[in-house]
Design a protein around this ligand. Sequence first.
Ligand code: GRG
Length: 293
Amino acid sequence: MKARIKSFILKIDKNLDKYLPASAYPEIIYKAMRYSIFAGGKRLRPILTLLTAETCGLSASAVMPVACAMEMIHTYSLIHDDLPAMDNDDYRRGKLTCHKQFGEATAILAGDALLTRAFELIFETSKNKTIKPYNIIKAGAEIAKAAGVRGMIGGQVVDMLSERKKISKETLTYLHTHKTGALISAAIVAGAVLADATPAERILFERFGNKIGLAFQIIDDILDVTANSKILGKTSGKDAAADKATYVKHYGLKASQHAAEKLILEAKVILGKIKRDTVGLESIADFFIKRTY
Ligand code: GRG
């Protein structure tokens, strides 16, 4: 499985390089987009899209543009999240943040450009006649929903509003499932939809994605407390410093770890109901709980 994931990462990087050419005009914006996209991310979201599509019988190469689009949307969210008006961070993926390297205006535009290039790539998937056009529209709609106000942006707004406040368990769950979980789940659902999975399978993939997406954010909250900045590639301890609403603040370290482990177990039970070879997705679920960065 390790070799398969490694080969996915190589292919994702090769295609990102193709979709965001170094020599394209205007150079400065491509430079900024490439700086953040090639800063050393784990590529989890595109891997999930490729793995799910393969699990459902469609080749990874057929869904590669959509997989790369997922990484572009994710990277845009990190660039904007690091801006002075948001989390005001100097480091991301172990390097200076985009605005520290290129200035705020270029960083804002680099984020915007990654988001819009992502949807260009999703629509361009229609050139591939092995994928049903309706499935491309459906996958695109799922991704747009997850990236927008009914997903990641909604979660980010509630995150902002929750700083220095005591919030309910329901608000905390909304925040986590929308800010981080929605895009992770959409990466999986998009792979299933493009591969023409059955409606029942799509629902199971979505439920699996929701579980591992929430677990991913809980682990992120834990790592902010337990990991050091060097390993994390970004400033640790920032959640507590900004008095952010996190699982750790709400439930404590031990209960948060337990909650994440329970979610991964539940996710694997859901995966077990899908009558396909889901070994790859299971190993990603395991990585989510074991990750140290
Ligand atoms: C600003 C539109 C906008 C949205 C921001 C996702 C998000 C919403 C902000 C990112 C803040 C953050 C650090 C959230 C924690 C979860 C998360 C997305 C962590 C980073 O994901 P990884 O670990 O990162 O997959 P790499 O660098 O490996 O790609």
